[in-house]
Design a protein around this ligand. Sequence first.
Ligand SMILES: *Cc1c(COP(=O)(O)O)cnc(C)c1O
Length: 377
Amino acid sequence: MKQIYLDHAATSPMHPEAAKVFAEALSVHYGNPSSIHQTGRSARRVLDGARHLLASSIGAQDPEIIFTSGGTEADNLAIFGTANAKEGRHIITSQAEHHAVLHACEELEKAGYEVTYLPVDEFGRVNPQDVIQALRDDTILVTIMLANNEIGSIQPIAEIGELLKGTGVSFHTDAVQAYGLLPIDVDALNVDLLSVSAHKVNGPKGIGFLYQRKNTALKPLMFGGEQERKRRAGTENVPAIQSFATAVQIAQETMDEKRQSFMEYKEIFRTVFSENAIDFKENGSEQLPHIFNISIPGIDIESFLVNLDLSGVSASSGSACTAGSIDPSHVLVAMYGQDAPELRNSIRFSFGIGLTAEEITQAAEKTVQITKRLAQK
Ligand SMILES: *Cc1c(COP(=O)(O)O)cnc(C)c1O
């Protein structure tokens, strides 16, 4: 039996069209874009075309895109790259960021930087006024995600960006989960740096980019060749980049359609739960359409997920990095506190391409059965 995959926020399957482009490029566009012969020049053309499409997807200029090995590297480049380029030793972030941001900030603390971890409300949202109040003379960077990967809550990035205008503080946002599902425009958001990753939008793993607004201070983390305008050395992964661009193009064309389907999927869950008198609460608000994070009183998440997996449904307790370990989600801790029951009974279903309403109904019914079975124990 085919597993019903409801963990698209952890990683997503490649779109068949993107996979086809990837496979073809591996044997056709294998040239090194820095080579001056025809093979190299043809790879360069592919790279330039993909860069243009990806830059346009967020309202950026082509030279503002720095290809990286994914979202983690883009976040690290934004944080360490800013720290190394600017005077000042203070950074502002939130308690609900992805570990690629949080652990990078913790590493800077070890090197003598001071980091303010802003609290979030019970919906996982940062208050823009808190950002402004935390600003100091030596603040160099504010890094707050566009939307949360565990609960899907969208942060008031445009508002924070507007408040930071003219302060000289660089503003970074991790847009990995939002990309391809929300329209993104770097000028409307007022951000200087923005991270995305291909494998969350049905592209290949191991590729992403950091948007760097023109004239924003940034030091490279990789040294070597002169690729990416000396901002990220290493031969470009042309097949992955081309396939990434294909995936993004499709994601943009199908954004509305996907939003509709995913909203419908959430509604199916709600209906099946209420028909079966399942008590549940949705975590987060003003969410990305593909994330449905719920808390079911009385269940234990670990046995729940094992049972769900055995019944043919792949879901998660939140971030893939904390699944498999018993650490409670830092996002839920930030929202509800250290002792909240939600830390033990929250589950994340996340939607993506290739699903049907029928499969969602089956998954919801299985969730009901397991909830009832576990509650009897
Ligand atoms: C997945 C994810 C990342 C990490 O991206 P990789 O490409 O897997 O390194 C960073 N931030 C968020 C919000 C994510 O969901």
